[in-house]
Design a protein around this ligand. Sequence first.
Ligand code: NAD
Length: 323
Amino acid sequence: MSPTVFIPEPISSKGIELLKSKVDIVAPWLENKEWSEEESRSLLNSSNAVIVRLFKVGKEDIDRSSDLRVIAKHGVGVDNIDLQAAAERQIPVVYTPTANSNAVAEHTIALMMALARKIGPAAETVRQGRFSERIQFQGVELAGKTLGVIGLGRIGKRVAEIASKGLGMRVVAYDPFVQLVEGDEDIVVAGRVEKVLGESDFLSLHVPLTAETKHLINGKTIELLKTDCRILNTSRGAIIDERVLVKALQEGGIAGAALDVFEEEPIPTDHLLCTAPNILLTPHISSSTKESLDRMAVDAAQGVLDVLEGRPSRYPYPMEKLS
Ligand code: NAD
């Protein structure tokens, strides 16, 4: 009997093609069916593998899924998977760390440019026949400004590279595990996060969500930002204390924010962020390019096949990060 792979959320057909002759795919969306949360949980419990995007795999799911042999993350942020519970059951977790870095970096740069030039509200005035209000849309230039990058991993490095090499920005970055970006002397790696916070005209967050990084931007750290600083977050919503951010935007403590990720997703429509001034919100689409979605689906599918067929997988999630 072929192993069963549960895929609760849509992935690119490239991943499905790779899997379909080798496993039984259980994917309600492929049949245009709407399945309840309860039905999804029960399908997970009877599967041998699961490929998730934002679908949560908690300890209870892992404990109940006695035949589960591999969990694949279609993406890089594994905070929706209980890694500790997977490690206890010795269920390998595979992920797609290189597939979406460029897409997320480019979306971050797009948000930075849109904030600097007020593209969102300016476009809306044209659509609403208020062209003559153009006078209010004075922007700022990026060349010569300082971009602060927190987290110099795959995405943070790419953002820093585009900003310094392509846009003429000065980049100052903080990452406790990176001391130097080889080959790019324009990127200054600071020894203290406070230096980055204090110098940034734009501040971009690229850290994983962990107990240590939760609310990295909080009531204390936001005070260190310049009042004309604009914050970009394409990492995870909970890196920022959203109540603190809203207050700073309302009171002019910072000049703007662009967010692709939220503490609660989907963000409730009556959330204070939706009416805060100088804010640009996108619905967690940083990695949603055709190229990146194809790569994530193929890498996640390949990771599942590798484990099911007894080969070492190319991208096992480094469980040593747990300790
Ligand atoms: P990565 O692992 O390559 O880089 C993360 C970096 O953060 C590492 O270099 C690490 O040393 C650093 N770091 C850890 N703790 C830190 C701290 N306290 N202060 C400063 N730096 C710290 O990961 P990546 O591929 O660059 O992705 C970064 C994050 O972006 C992911 O964890 C994920 O949550 C998020 N992400 C979001 C989307 C999206 O669609 N919006 C897509 C992909 C990734």
